[in-house]
Design a protein around this ligand. Structure first.
Ligand SMILES: [Cu+2]
Length: 189
């Protein structure tokens, strides 16, 4: 009996490894190996963050959330091993100024859609960082959904100038920010 379940477990493990291979080779151009996490009908593709300069207190968390189900869900929070707290944020242009704000009601993930958290748009805000984020590292964390609950993930730390495509910088660094409480340097959007 025990023997059987062990065998089953091993078979599942091997199947999982094999299944992951095509996805990895398909994203060979990405600097970090593509990785994804599943929770029910949700797939969290390639959670990543950017390296931060020394002393930075905040970082941004990015991921593509695919909802293959027939019911909407909502991203309401997250966690990050090196952050004191994590919030769901939005960045958008107001006039000619890029502003960001906390989404107190969460971020809708409609049924049958993909919502991408990326620089200059929706993101997780990692606040009160306890250490700089170093490129190449993997940091454990989670995404919290209204229905799917807390989903553990690993954030790949990419280069400090990485863009949504994972490659060359797009000159986003000079983005003007609202001088309010969120105006401190080190934000990842
Ligand atoms: Cu933010």
């Amino acid at each position: 009996m025990l023997q059987n379940s062990r065998k089953l477990f091993r078979a599942a493990l091997v199947a999982g490894l094999l299944a992951a291979l095509p996805a990895v080779s398909g994203f060979a151009a990405e600097p970090a190996v593509a990785h994804e996490f599943k929770a029910g009908e949700l797939t969290l593709k390639h959670p990543w963050t950017r390296a931060t300069p020394k002393g930075a207190e905040m970082g941004g968390g990015f991921v593509a959330i695919v909802n293959a189900g027939s019911e909407a869900d909502k991203l309401i929070g997250g966690s990050f091993a090196l952050a004191g707290r994590t919030e769901v944020h939005e960045m958008k242009m107001e006039g000619d100024v890029m502003k960001m704000r906390k989404l107190d009601g969460g971020l809708d993930i409609p049924a049958g859609s993909t919502v991408e958290l990326k620089p200059g748009s929706y993101h997780l805000m990692f606040m009160e960082l306890s250490a700089p984020l170093e490129a190449g590292a993997k940091v454990k964390g989670s995404l919290v959904f209204e229905k799917a609950g807390e989903v553990p993930v690993e954030f790949a730390v990419e280069a400090i100038d990485a863009t949504a495509k994972g490659h060359k910088t797009g000159g986003h660094g000079a983005m003007p920010m609202d001088g309010g409480e969120m105006g401190k340097a080190g934000h990842g959007g």
